[in-house]
Design a protein around this ligand. Structure first.
Ligand SMILES: Nc1ncnc2c1ncn2[C@@H]1O[C@H](COP(=O)(O)OP(=O)(O)OP(=O)(O)O)[C@@H](O)[C@H]1O
Length: 378
């Protein structure tokens, strides 16, 4: 994550009104940012609806934080536009955008109590004292922090401090809350717990959230839609299910599900299916129908959890189980197929798991087979 200076919460929603939580919350069109020769973000476009939880997911350096910082106003785009609630904010100062922020570093004011920290954005906005007390109390209760209002941040655990930061971002109901790896500094157990809490609060209050993470599981747990980023480009912006079941690129298939890849060419089509002759095994793999010309060299991707082990001769190839590891409710198996240079990874329910040394036929439902034209052939 990039480093930032201490951020003071926003001063005023531009026209003083609270935005409504319906319709289009945020629209980004052809946003681009370069640093010298590095294209950090390349023509990113997306529309986010009010009440949506959207995650930017990608490896380090893929452009997630830069995109978020352009939306926040801390980083100026070379070109493109950012509209929030129908208002063009592309060149507006961060404090005039009225957005909420939660960063990995909690950025709480150490000399203020929890209540004063949470009250801060309301105090800046000149909200009457009674109203502040009521809203701070309500917000602390939502985050499970009632009773902590009088403490200083140093008297809280990391998880509690991050909850305070979240309260401070949502106390004035900004139209969009931006979160950059907010759970990155916490241990796994606390992260899992806070993910559930953040999601529950977001749903209860109908918040619009843009969240940055490099953790696939976190993105899948939290998001209505995920923008998978790579080298400054949005590879696919879709629901977790669509990304998993209908990835548009081999990168997305691999990044979200660690897919198995097999190479081959399109042999023929039927009304419903595309039949692929596999290079490594000579077997015939049936996929749902894809619009690819006969003869096209392809890569077929199937998630490990969507492959099954049957009797030898079943399915699209037969091989030998090389490893079978019991992991709770699942068995992870490695099946060596073809002339030996392909290892298929399977995840099957533990009760029906194959054992090492066994010969198995590997099958896949055609619906679960995704085909991509092999880029080397283009
Ligand atoms: N201030 C800067 N000056 C020069 N290059 C930068 C700057 N900020 C980001 N970059 C470059 O832009 C690209 C995108 O960086 P960005 O921080 O947006 O990635 P990220 O996906 O958020 O990564 P991480 O998960 O590591 O935070 C990277 O190649 C990065 O080195």
């Amino acid at each position: 994550m990039a480093e930032f200076d201490v951020v003071t919460p926003s001063v005023k929603v531009a026209d003083g009104t609270l935005p409504t939580a319906t319709g289009k919350a945020l629209s980004v069109v052809a946003l681009r940012k370069t640093y010298g020769d590095v294209v950090a973000v390349d023509e990113a476009s997306m529309e986010i609806a009010a009440g949506e939880f959207v995650t930017f997911l990608g490896a380090s350096g893929s452009g997630k934080t830069t995109t978020l910082m352009m939306i926040a106003g801390f980083c100026e785009p070379d070109s493109g536009t950012i509209t929030v609630g129908g208002r063009d904010m592309t060149r507006l100062a961060p404090q005039k955008r009225g957005l909420g922020f939660v960063f990995q570093q909690y950025l709480l004011f150490p000399h203020m109590t929890v209540s004063e920290n949470v009250a801060f954005p309301l105090t800046l906005r000149g909200v009457p004292k009674d109203e502040i007390r009521r809203r701070v109390g309500e917000t602390l209760e939502i985050a499970g922090l009632s009773g902590f209002g009088g403490r200083k941040p140093r008297e809280l655990s990391g998880g509690q401090q991050q909850r305070v930061a979240l309260c401070r971002a949502l106390v004035y109901r900004p139209p969009v809350i931006l979160m950059d790896e907010p759970l990155g500094a916490l241990d796994k157990k606390l992260r899992d717990q806070l993910q559930v809490e953040i999601k529950a609060i977001q749903q209860e209050l109908g918040l619009t959230v843009i969240y940055v993470t490099h953790d696939q599981e976190e993105a899948l747990v939290l998001s209505d839609r995920i923008a998978v980023m790579r080298n400054g480009l949005i590879e696919q912006f879709d629901t977790p299910r669509e990304l998993f079941e209908r990835p548009r690129t081999p990168f997305v298939a691999d990044f979200l599900g660690a897919a198995n890849f097999l190479s081959g060419h399109v042999e023929k089509h039927t009304d419903e299916h595309t039949l692929v002759r596999l290079d490594e095994t000579g077997g015939l793999l049936k996929a749902r129908r894809h619009e690819l010309a006969t003869g096209t060299q392809i890569k077929a991707a199937v998630q490990p959890g969507r492959l099954r082990a049957g009797a030898p001769g079943d399915g699209f190839c037969t091989g030998t189980v090389e490893t079978a590891t019991y992991v709770g409710t699942l068995v992870r198996a490695g099946v060596r197929v073809g002339s030996g240079d392909v290892l298929l990874r399977l995840e099957v329910p533990a009760g029906r798991g194959p054992v090492a040394g066994e010969r198995v036929g590997v099958t896949a439902d055609p619906e679960d087979v995704n085909l991509f034209a092999d880029e080397r052939e283009r």
